[in-house]
Design a protein around this ligand. Structure first.
Ligand SMILES: [Zn+2]
Ligand SMILES: [Zn+2]
Length: 81
């Protein structure tokens, strides 16, 4: 499965994941969700959820749901401010 880095825009295969945020780490620039603010994390996750289906291998429903729940969580955080 491949994705596009939200920071440097390079396409990479999903492999290594960050222990803290669970996001895939970009092998080109080392970016993961930890370097983003809640608002930026929200955008990164929303974009990922809406674009993964264009790749040949779609994520499992569990993975998709995991990030969808995280998105909802962030929405609450953002709206609480
Ligand atoms: Zn990158
Ligand atoms: Zn991280």
């Amino acid at each position: 499965m491949k994705t596009v880095c939200f920071r440097c825009g390079e396409i990479f295969s999903i492999g290594e994941q960050c222990e803290k945020c669970g996001w895939q780490i970009c092998p080109h620039c080392g970016a993961c969700l930890c370097s983003l603010s809640p608002r930026e994390q929200f955008v990164a996750i929303a974009v990922w959820l809406s674009t993964t289906s264009i790749f040949v291998e779609t994520p499992t429903k569990e993975t998709w749901n995991k990030w969808y729940n995280k998105l909802k969580e962030l929405k609450q955080t953002l709206e609480a401010k």
